[in-house]
Design a protein around this ligand. Structure first.
Ligand SMILES: N[C@@H](CCC(=O)N[C@@H](CS)C(=O)NCC(=O)O)C(=O)O
Length: 286
């Protein structure tokens, strides 16, 4: 059977069994003991080929973690715009001093442009790339639409991503039910704005880019938390499929199996990432 990538989430029977070890004893042996630092060290599958093609020094140095949805936002933007960049795999959990000098938050992604100061925050990086590399625009040209794009990018960060994290980490049925409903309600509000085929119509924009990494990770809550795209709506389900099969999304996705140990830590609420800790404490994601 060919190896499956993150975005090929229509889960086959065999892989479904593979990624559902939640309560089995071997799962506790193989995943509970994994500290967050011990993530698989590099991209695989299609993403590995993309990494390989971006090793030469360039004006844009991209500090990435192959597994990270925030990273994937900026990675998709780099690919969509055809920007030359040098890829540097970084384990953000190690908080190495050299990396903290680039990003004091110690999170990926970051970019160093022409040897300048470290820049970070996925959405800010995407705006930066859009300004410095205006070709293949990822924002509408009309200022009103640009403002709307920013409104919906903000909505994704404040109203879609947090309940998804809560849904993944919630350990009680009540907690999961509440988070699932909140997640669905937010996605319904988003769906109502989709012009189709993409958010703003024909143009693939930063709004689509910003949500894409979470769409390709929907299988986590579909498989483990009773979420169905159809509960949001047909239009959303079709949109999600279209976005996740976009070339730039596929090219920045690794093989599914390497995400599993990480995902399991979230599903058991054992992850020690800054995001997981913030969700646990009821704080905003950093
Ligand atoms: N708001 C940041 C979030 C970045 C983020 O949380 N990245 C995670 C990996 S997915 C990270 O670096 N985690 C390291 C840690 O939590 O210690 C962004 O959008 O860039």
């Amino acid at each position: 059977m060919p190896r499956r990538h993150l975005s090929q989430h229509s889960v086959s029977k065999s892989s479904r069994n593979r990624i559902k070890p939640m309560s089995s004893t071997d799962a506790s042996a193989s995943t509970m003991a994994i500290p967050d630092q011990d993530i698989f060290p590099h991209a695989t599958g299609a993403a590995a080929k993309t990494v390989e093609a971006h090793q030469d020094p360039q004006d844009v140095v991209f500090y990435s973690g192959w597994f990270c949805p925030f990273v994937q936002r900026t990675w998709i933007a780099l690919e969509e715009k055809g920007i030359p960049y040098q890829y540097k795999e970084t384990n953000p959990y190690k908080k190495e001093p050299e990396y903290l000098a680039i990003n004091p938050k110690g999170l990926v992604p970051s970019i160093v442009y022409k040897g300048g100061p470290g820049l970070y925050e996925s959405n800010i990086l995407n705006e930066f790339l859009e300004e410095v590399y205006p070709d293949n625009p990822l924002l509408p040209s009309d200022p009103t639409k640009r403002a709307l794009a920013r409104i919906w990018i903000d909505f994704i960060g404040k109203s879609i991503v947090p309940p998804k994290f809560v849904l993944q980490q919630a350990q009680t049925k009540e907690g999961q039910d509440k988070a699932r409903q909140e997640f669905i309600d937010a996605l319904k509000r988003y769906e109502a704005q989709i012009k189709g085929p993409y958010f703003f119509g024909e143009q693939f924009t930063l709004v689509d880019v910003t949500l894409a990494p979470w769409l390709v990770r929907d299988w986590i809550v579909i498989e483990h938390r009773g979420f169905k795209r159809e509960d949001v709506g047909e239009k959303f389900a079709e949109y999600a499929k279209r976005v996740e099969s976009r070339d730039s999304v596929l090219k920045t996705s690794s093989e599914l199996e390497h995400y599993i140990p990480l995902v399991m830590r979230y599903l058991k609420d054992e992850a020690q990432s800054e995001a997981a800790k913030a969700i646990r404490a009821g704080r905003a994601i950093p």
